[in-house]
Design a protein around this ligand. Structure first.
Ligand SMILES: Nc1ncnc2c1ncn2[C@@H]1O[C@H](COP(=O)(O)OP(=O)(O)O)[C@@H](O)[C@H]1O
Ligand SMILES: [Mg+2]
Length: 402
């Protein structure tokens, strides 16, 4: 099962070195160039290792007479001048993994096909043609971007850009809400149910000199506050939590300690949170470095489902095309830029007629039906949804007889 977590790519690489060296053999020189202060990314560690192994094996195969394999990491910001020339890339802050070899390289025609499943130029028994398509799938799943440069006879460079988990935004925001002098020794009550986020937040805050009290959910936060004798200057809490919402925790804490400043964080965007009245409007809000789709994924995986993830319709159809197992349900957004959720579902159904369909949207059920975006008797999930609603609705749709 996939376990996305906040990762330091340099540490992943350091651990992987021992496996890489025997894999590439003695004729290939391996250089690892880590970046000091490398940002973090959010992904499943096993998948990241798989990417590196697949790329390293390809480089090895491209250098039968030896050569150099360089693996470099870096913090990279992609701007419009880059994204305009690189279709599919989005401006933003990334952690880059660059795997470069001095091997045989590829001609344009080969380069154009490397991501196709089962495409291989290797003789039978040597290649499966699945290495690069797997890499591509994983990169897409982590919201990243891959770019391959190659010159015949000179070598190949694969650059993968993973969205950088922004720890940097946290400190200024915390300082702003506390409105105290920098480097203060304030106490912050952190309420976050996702372990990796809690660890990251705590580390960042403690490095800044704050004292951190940590709770996994609302009740625990109130208990901690009840028995903590010193002052608590701020509560930093997730908005959407299973038992007690962040808002309720904050309100109950304020009735005990009216001086507490409140900073909410959520995977939902600022807009969504405000629009749906989850929060009062003029308080601190910190966007967590993941989208609600990732949250949905997390919830579904916790329920024991296997989740294949696509960012848009074409990709969904590609994933379905190369996935050999059964797909039981498609959970798709309704309104999407290129292909509507309805079209994706219909095209998927023509390939896999057994698939159940569950649509989700920020529009209300009524709006969606009224505008004929959807057929009427199918599953629909109103965004934003709670973990429970999602799990229940998915079960319901899966249980409906075909
Ligand atoms: N580093 C590289 N140098 C040269 N060619 C490469 C490199 N990486 C991939 N390729 C080309 O892309 C093809 C597909 O790669 P992959 O999907 O990993 O399948 P396989 O390695 O099993 O052939 C390879 O057969 C090769 O032609
Ligand atoms: Mg390969």
């Amino acid at each position: 099962m996939l376990k996305p977590e906040v990762l330091d790519l340099d540490i992943v690489m350091e651990d992987l070195q021992k496996m890489l060296r025997p894999l590439i053999g003695e004729d290939i020189e391996l250089s690892l160039i880590p970046e000091p202060d490398l940002g973090r990314l959010r992904a499943d560690k096993g998948q990241i290792e798989q990417i590196v192994m697949n790329l390293a094996v390809n480089s090895r195969d491209a250098m039968p007479k030896g050569g150099r394999l360089t693996i470099r990491t870096a913090n990279v910001d992609l701007d419009k001048s880059y994204t305009r020339l690189h279709v599919g890339s989005q401006p933003g802050a990334y952690v880059m993994l660059d795997v470069t070899d001095t091997g045989c390289g590829m001609d344009e025609a080969t380069l154009g096909q490397i991501f196709e499943p089962f495409f291989t130029t290797k003789e039978q028994g040597k290649g499966t043609g699945l290495g690069m398509s797997t890499v591509y799938g994983i990169v897409k799943q982590s919201g990243g971007y891959i770019w391959v440069d190659s010159k015949l006879g000179l070598g190949t460079s694969c650059k993968i850009f993973f969205p950088r988990v922004e720890q940097a935004v946290m400190t200024p925001k915390v300082r702003e809400v506390l409105a105290g002098p920098a480097g203060g020794k304030e106490t912050i009550l952190l309420v976050e149910d996702e372990g990796s986020v809690a660890i990251l937040a705590r580390r960042v805050l403690e490095r800044e000199g704050y004292r951190v009290l940590e709770a996994r959910e609302g009740q625990e936060a109130l208990r901690i506050s009840g028995r903590y004798v010193g002052p608590i200057h701020m509560i930093l809490t997730d908005v959407v939590m299973p038992v007690m919402s962040g808002r309720e925790v904050a309100h109950r804490l304020l009735s005990e300690r009216p001086e507490v400043k409140v900073l909410y964080m959520s995977g939902y965007t600022d807009d969504e949170v405000l629009q749906h009245g989850i929060l009062d409007c003029d308080i601190g809000f910190l966007q967590k470095p993941f989208t609600d789709d990732t949250l949905a994924r997390k919830v579904l995986e916790r329920e024991g489902y296997r989740v294949l993830e696509a960012r848009e319709g074409q990709e969904a159809l590609r994933i379905s095309g190369r996935y050999v197992g059964p797909i039981h349900m498609i959970l798709t957004d309704v309104v999407m830029p290129v292909m509507s959720g309805r079209e994706v579902a219909h095209r998927l159904l023509s390939e896999r007629p057994e698939v159940k369909v569950l649509y989700m949207s920020g529009y209300t059920d009524d709006e969606v039906l009224q505008h004929g975006i959807l057929d009427c008797d199918i599953g629909f999930l109103q965004k934003p949804f709670t973990d429970d609603t999602l799990a229940r609705k998915v079960r319901e749709v899966l249980d409906t007889p075909a």
